[in-house]
Write a protein that binds this ligand. Sequence first.
Ligand code: SF4
Length: 239
Amino acid sequence: MLRQPNKRWTPSHWASWKPFGIGEQYPNNYWEVLRAVWVNRDQFPYAWDILNHGVCDGCALGTTGMQDWTVEGIHVCNVRLRLLRMNTMPAFDAQVLADVSQLNQKRSAELREMGRLPYPMIRQRGEKGFRRISWDQALGVISDRLRTTTPDKLGVYLTSRGTVNETYYAAQKAVRAMGTNNIDNAARICHSPSTAGLKAALGVAATTCSYQDWIGTDLLVFIGSNVANNQPVTVKYLH
Ligand code: SF4
């Protein structure tokens, strides 16, 4: 059950009197908050609504609004603040995709900042770029391809960012219903090296404890990790 946040100020629980530890391990949270406000200024009420009532599409830890099910207080990290723009950015002018060679020089951040795709588009072999098609046409193309292939030649690959866990759950069910288990997402590429390393060193490929095991424990040892910088919510749980 979700615990009610403690509204009282309890300075004895603070890691430091300095706001967000300015000058200490992780000084830039105010900057990230201001940056998120600035970047989402054209859709600010919508962005605020997402933060307050939406789920987080940043990682598997999970939130409901800005609360979680583990500890009291606000739960929002910089990853979520940075991803917010993915949900609030307007559609871009799809004409720029008519000839994709003009995008060759753009960095990946510039490509992301162009905006959202406004409608389904297709590029066929030999064409310079993408052209608009209807949703019916897009679904028709996909279903035709699915019908003419066999499950062993079918693979589905998902992004690991900007979508929620329920999407992955529904997708893997749908893909298995099509007769294949060839489904993967980009997060596994990130974690494959650590999985292989853990398996070789410890004999298990993934964690064997949960966050709840941490809470109330007497000693936690971190090796090779700057948790305050890289996993700020973890630090909150530790604290
Ligand atoms: S740790 Fe950050 S990215 Fe993960 S659920 Fe919480 S707010 Fe979202």
